[in-house]
Design a protein around this ligand. Structure first.
Ligand code: GRF
Length: 203
């Protein structure tokens, strides 16, 4: 089995999209949240997956990160999926899991790294906006893109309508990336994404 861990902080709809996809030969060995109030916790329960709540609480960031790192290493996943995980992964975790950690970001990277992406796309007058699945590296939202889902920005779009339509795309490309990855079709080498189409007979 191809073992994955999903990290989330809030609503958990991207995690739900992965769980719903029931990807063959992919086993979700843990869903980890940094927020004991996260709505996504109910979803983990519905799908009967193992849940770990690792909150910072009164700990320092360093202690928190060390605890998270230890947990991830112990679980030894084939892939870590950041699905709305609102913390910045420290450099040692990014390095240790280089090529084994992906994130969903609500913009067409490299445009609009960071937060408030829909607002910034509108303010910038972007003609296209969307979502990106990318490898996680030390550079925030800066790792190589794997899949993108572009949508045209409409004249009457608001932050909310844009977020809604981008989310539809997020729910498509994140499970798809997990599926491709689990089939051995995607590798990160020296900062480049290699796609082995021979390993991906059916998408
Ligand atoms: C998504 O838009 C994701 O791209 C961003 O945060 C949001 C999380 O949504 N990083 P959800 O928790 O997956 O519903």
């Amino acid at each position: 089995m191809f073992k994955i861990i999903i990290l989330f902080s809030g609503r958990g709809s991207n995690m739900e999209a992965i769980l719903k996809a029931k990807i063959p030969k992919v086993k979700v060995i843990a869903c980890i949240t940094d927020n004991s109030q996260a709505k996504g916790i109910d979803i983990v329960g519905q799908f009967r997956k193992p849940l770990l709540i690792i909150e910072q609480g009164t700990k320092t960031k360093e202690v928190y990160n060390a605890e998270l790192f230890h947990t991830l290493k112990t679980l030894n996943p084939d892939l870590i999926v950041l699905a709305g995980f609102m913390r910045i992964l420290p450099a040692d975790i990014c390095d240790y899991f280089y090529g084994k950690c992906i994130n969903i970001h609500p913009s067409l990277l490299p445009n609009h790294k960071g937060l408030h992406t829909h607002k910034r796309a509108l303010e910038n007058g972007d003609k296209f906006h969307g979502a990106t699945v990318h490898f996680v590296t030390k550079e925030l939202d800066g790792g190589p893109p794997i899949l993108q889902y572009p949508i045209p920005v409409r004249e009457d779009d608001t932050e909310e309508t844009l977020a809604e339509r981008v989310l539809v795309g997020e729910h498509k490309i994140l499970p798809l990336a997990v599926k491709l990855f689990s089939k051995g079709g995607i590798t990160l080498r020296d900062g480049m994404v290699l796609v082995d189409f021979g390993a991906i007979p059916v998408v």
